[in-house]
Ligand binder design. Structure first.
Ligand code: PLP
Length: 405
């Protein structure tokens, strides 16, 4: 099997299992307990926080461990929006990009539906890039009597897109928000392991990460919240994580996440060079061998690990299944809504025709990807598309539940 779905998830690294193992077995204490076992656990948690802080270039107290990227995104968007509006009721607007992961898009929808916020969506270009000048204008408000961002509670634009891999100019976007005094959050779940996570260089107020994209288990994540940025907790209880997120801390998973982050950050330079070369060769081969293929996302400002295409005239789902039959594992770009196939909102936001959007496939890989494996994948893809080329795009899906993660 050739696994080309690393953007969905990754296996847990051996070093990570070894680092977390003691905290699942003999050092099983509760970090809030005032005895030796508890103190051991508290020290391990503090160590994990310090390691993660070293990767992000922040203070350990600015980090909150969560149950994953989804919870970190929810906490950032809802927590900051609610806290900032409580301090000033004029801050009733939330600004997000058109290509956010559902963890942000649905949090924004919730803020509108339940709390009456206005949600403004910043568009993207055909390559999925947000224009920093357009973003600044949207934050500022309407040209006739704009609010200079005073009514914006929080803004969020993802670092790297999970479907097409486009990497945003986060320093420029964050600077635009900072200039107007608006807290800026970025979902860096897909960026981890590939891009610089230094929050000072990025200039962000908040940043989300997820463990299972970088070799830690599923079910652990992290939220960086710059000191002084207010955030209303979503989970109430014993006041752990300095009151930001109650619940007995998952010490083993915090250690796992910190270990995985450290390892992936340490190997980042080499991984990026290798993956970029492998990716570019794969993209060239696919565009060369499959005449119908159209690359989606930005040609160069993209994750080293993601190659994504549409194949007009085919069905993405059928090609996906045909590839799986040939032992190539990837993702289709169509997410399902209420049982019916809907084209990807990311692709339609990029201006891709709805029918074409339903022919999308994403190939994503880790630092261990080889040219041999991807050459074989390109060959199998060519054969699969040829075989299925006559299928109509619409109405052929049999496995519509495969969502892009
Ligand atoms: N944000 C992005 C960009 C993602 O790709 C994912 C992955 O599924 C998430 C958020 C959610 O992270 P998690 O699976 O840890 O909840």
């Amino acid at each position: 099997m050739i696994f080309l779905d690393a953007a969905a998830t990754t296996p847990v690294r051996r070093e990570v299992i070894e680092a977390m193992f003691p905290f699942l077995t003999n050092q099983f204490g509760n970090p809030s307990s005032h005895h030796e076992l508890g103190e051991q656990a508290a020290a391990a948690l503090a160590g994990a926080r310090a390691w993660a802080a070293a990767v992000l270039g922040c203070h350990p107290e600015e980090l909150t461990f969560t149950s994953g990227g989804t919870e970190a995104d929810n906490l950032a968007l809802k927590g900051i929006a609610l806290a900032r509006r409580a301090a000033d009721p004029r801050r009733n607007r939330v600004v997000v990009s058109a290509i956010e992961h559902p963890a942000i898009a649905e949090s924004a929808a919730y803020l509108r539906r339940v709390h009456g916020f206005t949600v403004d969506v910043v568009p993207v270009g055909p390559d999925a890039l947000v224009d920093p000048a357009g973003f600044a204008r949207l934050l500022h408000g309407r040209p006739d009597g704009g609010t200079a961002g005073r009514d914006v509670a929080v803004a969020s634009v993802m670092y790297a897109n999970n479907e097409v891999g486009t990497v945003q100019d986060i320093p420029a976007l964050a600077a635009a928000a900072r200039g107007l005094g608006v807290p800026f959050h970025t979902d860096a779940v897909q960026a981890a392991g590939w891009l610089d996570l230094d929050v000072g260089a990025l200039g962000v107020s908040a940043l989300s990460l997820s463990g299972h994209k970088v070799g830690a288990p599923k079910g652990v994540g992290l939220l960086y919240l710059r000191g002084g940025v207010p955030c209303e907790p979503l989970v109430h209880g014993g006041g752990q994580e300095r009151g930001t997120r109650s619940g007995t801390e998952n010490v083993a998973f915090a250690v796992a996440l910190a270990t995985a982050l450290r390892l992936s950050d340490a190997g980042r330079g080499t991984a990026v060079d290798h993956a970029t070369a492998v990716r570019d060769r794969f993209i060239d081969q696919v565009l060369d061998r499959v005449p119908a293929a159209r690359l989606t996302g930005h040609r160069t400002r993209r994750l080293p690990s993601v190659a994504s295409f549409c194949f007009p005239g085919t069905s993405g789902e059928s090609v996906l299944l045909e590839l799986e039959r040939r032992s190539i594992i990837c993702s289709s770009g169509s997410a399902c809504a209420a049982g019916a196939d809907e084209p990807s909102q990311v692709l339609t936001a990029m201006g891709v025709d709805r029918a074409v959007a339903q022919t999308a496939l994403r190939f994503s890989f880790g630092a261990d990807a080889t040219n041999d494996a991807l050459d074989r994948a390109a060959g199998e893809l060519e054969a699969a598309v040829q075989r299925l080329g006559s299928y109509a795009a619409a109405g052929t899906s049999s496995r519509s539940r495969r969502k892009i993660q």
